[in-house]
Design a protein around this ligand. Structure first.
Ligand code: GUN
Length: 293
């Protein structure tokens, strides 16, 4: 059977490291870290995610400010709040939970966040920095996947890495991060021909398709590392990923489970970005280097 990559254990480890760093910053420099979390509307999944982010902040010792705005909030109102938070010195990170209601232009909102406080790593300036190997915030899910691989002793350099999905939040930054680690990277998508042939070349396969259990063993080379970004709930309330775990596990070399794989890493890396935002430029030698941990 494969190595099961345990995101719960690895994310707990990262959170302990961050808790210690935050405590030291408080004790030695009187510094605190603060994240502003904005949710517009009451999408139930977003409410759960936002709640988990605030809980993680409390655990690590990061202050959080919560803004729960009504669904009819206008784009101007939202952007005015962001502008205010951009100028608040005590706020180090700003997170606007996505998706936003249809009447709000998500890209315009992301652009209005000060890139130095963009702990999601969604601002074009941070995405551009990642693209040309300069310091900046990196999107949390792909950054978490790199940590999962590194902390599981999986070498990336020289490996064939295939990503299924080209979203701005996962697929594209994932490709850039794997490239930064000297992987040979292929990004596949809905128009890719002979998808199975391409994915079967992968030493490291990242599935971010958004379709439950789509990736069966025919897509996977024997011994490959399989990273499952998907999370879906069936009628019975049971969670599953984009990968058919039972079918793939016997043939692959390592695999992330759902739940307990990639999911917990996203929040751990958000916390990491918050701490980096808190110390950037304030503690000598601790500017953001563009490398994780
Ligand atoms: N919605 C789903 N994932 C994310 C995320 O990583 N950040 C934000 N802000 N919204 C999301």
């Amino acid at each position: 059977m494969p190595q099961v990559i345990d995101g719960k254990v690895i994310s707990a480890c990262i959170k302990e490291e961050l808790k210690e760093r935050v405590a030291v910053l408080k004790e030695t420099r009187g510094m605190s870290v603060c994240l502003a979390v904005i949710q517009v509307g009451k999408d139930p999944a977003s409410t759960v995610y936002v709640g988990n982010k605030k809980k993680a902040c409390a655990y690590i010792g990061i202050d959080s400010l919560s803004y729960e705005l009504p669904v009819e909030t206008t784009q101007e109102e939202l952007m005015r709040l962001i502008e205010e938070l951009n100028h608040k010195e005590e706020v180090n990170g700003i997170l606007v939970q996505l998706p936003l209601p249809d009447h709000i232009d998500e890209n315009a909102v992301i652009r209005s966040i000060d890139p130095k406080k963009d702990v999601d790593g969604f601002h074009p300036q941070n995405v551009g920095a990642l693209c040309i190997g300069q310091p900046g915030f990196v999107s949390c899910t792909p950054a978490g996947i790199i940590e999962l691989l590194k902390r599981s002793g999986i070498e990336i350099a020289g490996k064939e890495c295939v990503i299924i999905g080209r979203s701005n939040i996962v697929g594209k930054p994932m490709a850039l991060l794997l490239l930064r680690e000297n992987g040979t990277v292929t990004v596949t998508h809905s128009r890719t021909r002979n998808l199975k042939e391409v994915t079967r070349r992968a030493d490291i396969l990242v599935a971010a398709v958004g379709r439950p259990k789509m990736i069966t063993r025919e897509y996977v080379k024997e011994g490959a590392v399989v990273i499952d970004v998907g999370i879906h709930r069936n009628e019975a309330g049971k969670l599953c990923g984009d990968v058919d775990y039972e079918d793939v596990a016997p043939v692959c070399g390592a695999i992330t489970p759902v739940p307990g794989g990639v999911g917990p890493m996203t929040i751990a890396m958000l916390m990491y970005n918050c701490v980096e935002a808190g110390i950037a430029g304030k503690v000598p030698g601790t500017d953001r280097k563009g490398n994780c941990l």
